[in-house]
Design a protein around this ligand. Structure first.
Ligand SMILES: C[S@@+](CC[C@H](N)C(=O)[O-])C[C@H]1O[C@@H](n2cnc3c(N)ncnc32)[C@H](O)[C@@H]1O
Length: 238
């Protein structure tokens, strides 16, 4: 055998050995936890805080973490791309978020919108995402910012949700997905606000739509805003 082939096969064998060692180690270390994939994410103090949260009544985040309920549901309908923070600020300002509002972010990604709403406006918010990794990141974000008393994160398919309790809905999905949400959005209370990053809804007239340039990425971002009851385009054009 040629000497270079011998080296290559030895390198490959070593790599395989290392990989199987890593796999064995991960199997031996038990079922997935919040900290998986997030190195050093859950220091002992945070675990204690979570238990205290449970005592104070915010049980759903605790349930997710402690019962390890996170699971693969199905492939997300759209990948995670975060809304730049300055665009988040514009969206929340446009929605005139108030302390006594309940805000839902449908497809919450790393939880930046729900965490910002809680920190800046003191309102309650719930972030829903189907992807377990995004749920973990959101939970981390909630914990890092000490807003667990205001923010809940749930692993849910947004198309199965009852939205009727929400006062404000934030979206960064796709036009087709916003449009698919219309039957659920029509069940919001009158006067509820919906604000969407980059995508409108087919057949529904926005109250306002404008473009901002983010200082973070220097790209243009469209923002669409609706209040309920939703106005169908053909009705409003008459
Ligand atoms: C473009 S990201 C927006 C994240 C965040 N809202 C923001 O603006 O920064 C869309 C998110 O929707 C989630 N998602 C996609 N399909 C979903 C579904 N059917 N139910 C719940 N979440 C979903 C993805 O996992 C992803 O995190």
């Amino acid at each position: 055998m040629h000497v270079s082939n011998v080296i290559t096969s030895r390198v490959r064998a070593l790599a395989l050995l290392l990989l199987s060692g890593m796999l064995l180690h991960s199997c031996a270390s038990g079922p997935a936890t919040l900290a998986d994939g997030v190195p050093d994410a859950v220091p002992p103090k945070a675990m204690k805080d979570r238990k205290e949260l449970a005592i104070r009544g915010n049980t759903r985040n605790v349930a997710l973490v402690e019962k390890q309920e996170l699971r693969e549901i199905r492939t997300p309908d759209v990948i995670f791309v975060p809304t730049p923070y300055d665009v988040v600020d514009r969206m929340l300002k446009l929605a005139k978020v108030k302390k006594d509002d309940l805000l839902y972010d449908l497809g919450c990604g790393d939880g930046r919108i729900v965490v910002t709403a809680a920190k800046e406006y003191g309102c309650k918010s719930v972030g829903f995402d189907i992807d377990p990794q995004r749920v973990r990141e959101s939970l981390e974000n909630v914990e890092r910012n000490n807003v667990g008393h205001l923010v809940q994160i749930e692993q849910q398919d947004i198309f199965t949700l009852d939205l009727s309790e929400a006062d404000v809905i934030t979206l960064y999905l796709l036009r087709s997905l916003n449009t698919k949400l219309i039957p659920q959005l029509e069940k919001l209370k009158p006067g509820s606000r919906i604000v969407s990053h980059d995508y409108d809804m087919r057949g529904i007239k926005p109250d306002t739509a404008f473009t901002v340039i983010s200082n973070e990425d220097e790209y243009e971002h469209d923002i669409f805003f609706w209040t309920t009851p939703l106005r169908k385009e053909e009705e409003s054009d008459e």
